[in-house]
Design a protein around this ligand. Structure first.
Ligand code: CFM
Length: 476
């Protein structure tokens, strides 16, 4: 087994089994999706972050009510993640994304007194007030967090009451921070609870189901795609040009009422396979809707995604269309990409994101001629590491849920020319003279699909070739 003892881990020996180098038989799997060792300052988020920040957050036209002390609410405010194209409910002409998700933050702002006496009435009033202020809201999602879950506030009961008064759907998502070891548990909780809720809702409100005669065999859902920096702008046209109708995206730029129709598609196309395979699997079991897993980063993987979806249908016309799109897109990006490949070839890159993007991007970086020397995930499960093992070259260093010391030592031993990572690590790593690229919400996206890949390559080139790095003379 290829476990790897880092020098910095003498004080936390348990970390050794979270770290390995990919060996020839590619079978080593680390201890993962496990509680963080006490004393190990990692960068994981909480289960609430996974439910609200990742899966529920991008739903565009709802009140996202955080039933919590104000800190949990502020935490969700002003991020770049939740892009949407609807217009403001209250202020026509202002992009809803600007007016709602970025500028507004809905929370009960629980105080000490509320914690002692219970906050259900406050939650109900906060929701009613939010609906009054935003008459165009399609519904609401309530999230509890550690404090309100611990005192036992019944958010489902409040959801039912407010839904009755307003006539609008209200979903209660119970994913308090402590319910799992990382944000990954929050993805899971949102998927399962949302699925049961829409099934119940469909039974009571059959009008939301797409009538049989309005369905087509080409109705598909894109699952686990969150419209990071407008990735959907480059992804959706690819499937639409093939003749498919994307009836829902779970959940990038999604409309609440539309999501009740998730089970009415003929096929689910699953992009982020960590955060959303759960709901695709539930729909498969409940409605016999199959799903295909795709990677929509890089040229080869995006081409394969189109071919795999066409192959699902097995129709010659669709397969021909897929080939024509691939050819056309390749031709459109060839010149720009070869310019970047020439300049990026041989550069060393380390990748550290949540989990799936690590393995989505190994091949994409290789397409740019770069060498992937180390990969890390915040909350990967065994299936993520199995996918990393399939793709990474033997000898690649792999770290599960790294801490700051391990990242430093990785920089020292693997000497990457670029670190694809997030905001939390960038200052540390840049002080070592290594450029970084915001790999969660991007620099100037979209990064997905064929055309997005040119933006990705451009941002990588600009990061690496910024003149400032010539001034970084400190030897490690
Ligand atoms: Fe899926 Fe994501 Fe990711 Fe993720 Fe994330 Fe993300 Fe990520 Mo940041 S849903 S698991 S919880 S692909 S926010 S868009 S980049 S850590 S690897």
């Amino acid at each position: 087994m290829g476990f790897y003892r880092m020098k910095c881990n003498t004080c936390i020996p348990e970390r050794t089994e979270h770290i390995y180098t990919v060996d020839e038989d590619r079978r080593t799997l680390p201890r993962c999706n496990a509680p963080t060792v006490p004393g190990d300052l990692t960068e994981r988020g909480c289960s609430f972050a996974g439910a609200r920040g990742v899966v529920g957050g991008p739903i565009t036209d709802v009140i996202q009510m955080i039933h919590a002390p104000v800190g949990c609410g502020y935490y969700t405010w002003g991020t770049r993640r939740h892009l949407g194209d609807l217009y403001a409910w209250a202020k026509p002409g202002v992009l809803e994304n600007e007016a709602n998700h970025r500028r507004h933050c809905y929370t009960t702002a629980m105080t000490e007194e509320d914690i002692i006496f219970g906050g259900m009435e406050k939650l109900k009033q906060a929701l009613l007030e939010s609906f009054r202020l935003n008459p165009g809201a399609a519904g609401a999602i309530i999230y509890n967090t550690c404090s309100t879950a611990l005192i036992g506030d019944d958010i489902e009961q409040v959801a039912r009451e407010v839904s009755e008064i307003t006539g609008k759907p209200v979903f209660a998502c119970a994913s308090p921070g402590f319910c799992g070891v990382s944000q990954s548990k929050g993805h899971h909780e949102f998927n399962f609870q949302f699925y049961s809720w829409i099934i119940e809702y469909r039974e009571k409100h059959p009008e939301v189901v797409i009538p049989e005669d309005e369905r087509t065999p080409y109705d598909v859902n894109l699952i686990g795609e969150y419209n990071i920096d407008w990735d959907e702008m480059v992804i959706l046209p690819l499937f639409e040009k093939m003749g498919l109708k994307v009836i829902n995206v779970f959940t990038g730029n999604a409309r609440f009422n539309n999501l009740f129709r998730l089970p009415d598609a003929k096929l689910n196309i699953v992009h982020c396979q960590r955060s959303a395979t759960y709901i695709a699997e539930l729909i498969r079991q409940g409605f016999k809707v199959p799903y295909v897993r795709v990677s929509l980063f890089g040229i080869g993987q995006t081409a394969k995604a189109l071919r795999d979806v066409a192959a699902f249908y097995g129709e010659k016309e669709l397969m021909d269309k897929a080939e024509a799109i691939i050819e056309e897109e390749r031709a459109a990006v060839r010149k720009a990409l070869s310019w970047y490949i020439e300049r990026l070839s041989g550069r060393r890159v380390a990748i550290y994101v949540g989990a799936p993007r690590v393995w989505h991007w190994i091949r994409a970086m290789e397409e740019l001629g770069m060498e992937v020397v180390a990969v890390m995930t915040t909350f990967g499960h065994s299936d993520d590491y199995a996918k990393i093992n399939e793709r990474a070259k033997p000898g690649t260093l792999v770290i599960d849920n790294p801490n700051e010391f391990e990242i430093e030592e990785m920089i020292e031993t693997c000497k990457p020319d670029l670190f694809l990572t997030g905001l939390k690590e960038k200052y540390l790593v840049r002080k070592f003279g290594v450029p970084t690229l915001n790999s969660h919400s991007y620099e100037k996206g979209p990064y997905a699909g064929f055309r997005g890949f040119v933006n990705f390559a451009r941002d990588i080139y600009q990061a690496i070739s910024a003149p400032v790095w010539r001034l970084a003379t400190t030897e490690l």
